[in-house]
Design a protein around this ligand. Structure first.
Ligand code: SIN
Length: 332
């Protein structure tokens, strides 16, 4: 109960969503044949002491393999985080999450909340049943970041490294240190419960109409615009985009509203795919190019005919475009 706490105590609330960190396998030696999202978040905190002066609380928001993450859970998370962070005694929020889409959830929360307090997502590459699970230490490190008085913004903490939501990307399929911040580099490290910061926390964004809509607890249902990602590759064609445009012209219930091209190198696109993307753009479907490269940003050229997404990955560019579409639809 908040009222019975000493005024000097602060709360960190841990929201559980599932993932490998909450996964279980039949044998302790099996680090891949497990089922994600089995262990309750309250149990993940068992035996973990919070940082000094911090009281921990756990809430189960979802329990799934993050490959199946969807808009409704994002909305629930954004609204719950906004509400918790508005409480004076809440120092920060930790979210336990699967590694596979953690960067998308982090980017979504960053884009919508850009909070002045820390929201720290954490995960594990080995299930809770492993002989040597990485989850407990990751949770401990995430709690340390969430309890740091100067911390702010949405970060992902894994293997002792703090990554900013705009930059973080999963780069390894198996190793516990599976994330990179690319050219930007990590925000810092957690060492024995202490944060060693290397650069600024993720920035706070100006409040946008979309933030008010998405982050208000008990707020209205949201209609998510359909944005598809199409990859450019050797031998690509415009067939998929043309099918999407035909479906739209035929009055589909959920027509395509935007397209992200997962482009090669510095945002280049196969000529056949580019021709189809330009047709889509001419018909009023916004198109964004995002690079397939693991690092670097698209450097714009004067003769570009399709917008670029800078350093965003295709998956993050899709989120950015969806939010832009929600915002423009509401403003119209
Ligand atoms: C998931 O993303 O939920 C499963 C994989 C993982 O957490 O490493």
């Amino acid at each position: 109960m908040v009222n019975s706490l000493s005024p000097s105590l602060r709360r960190v609330v841990v929201l559980g969503t599932g993932g490998t960190i909450a996964g279980r396998a039949a044998s302790g030696g099996d680090n891949i044949g497990y089922t994600a999202g089995q262990v309750a978040v309250a149990d993940l905190l068992g035996g973990i002491e919070g940082p000094e002066g911090v009281v921990l609380a756990a809430e189960q928001v979802a329990q799934l393999d993050s490959k199946d993450m969807g808009f409704d859970i994002w909305l629930q998370l954004a609204r719950r985080c906004a509400s918790l962070l508005s409480e004076a005694d809440v120092a920060g929020v930790v979210i336990t999450h699967g590694t596979d889409t953690i960067e998308e959830t982090a980017f979504f929360l960053h884009a919508v909340l850009a909070p002045g307090k820390p929201v720290v997502l954490t995960c594990a590459m080995r299930p809770a049943s492993s002989l040597s699970p990485d989850g407990p230490q990751n949770v401990r490190d995430a709690l340390a970041v969430a309890a740091t008085p100067t911390a702010q913004g949405v970060t992902v903490v894994c293997a002792g490294t703090i990554h900013g939501a705009p930059d973080v990307q999963k780069v390894h399929t198996y190793r516990p240190d599976a994330f990179s911040s690319g050219d930007a580099g990590p925000v810092g490290y957690v060492e024995e419960g202490a944060v060693r910061r290397l650069r600024d926390w993720p920035p706070q964004s100006p409040t946008r109409a979309v933030s008010t809509l998405l982050a208000t607890e008990g707020g209205p249902a949201v209609r998510w615009p359909r944005v598809e990602i199409v990859i450019s590759h050797a031998g690509a064609s415009g067939a998929i985009i043309d099918l999407l445009l035909q479906e739209r012209a035929a009055g589909a219930a959920e027509p395509i509203r935007g397209l992200v091209l997962a482009a090669t190198g510095n945002g280049t696109v196969h000529h056949a795919l580019e021709a189809a993307a330009l047709r889509a753009q001419d018909e009023g479907v916004p198109v964004l190019r995002a690079t397939r490269c693991a690092s670097g940003r698209i450097l714009p050229r004067a003769d570009d005919r399709l917008r670029d997404a800078g350093a965003l990955t295709p998956a993050k560019a899709r989120i950015a475009l969806m939010l832009e579409l929600i915002e423009t639809t509401r403003a119209a």
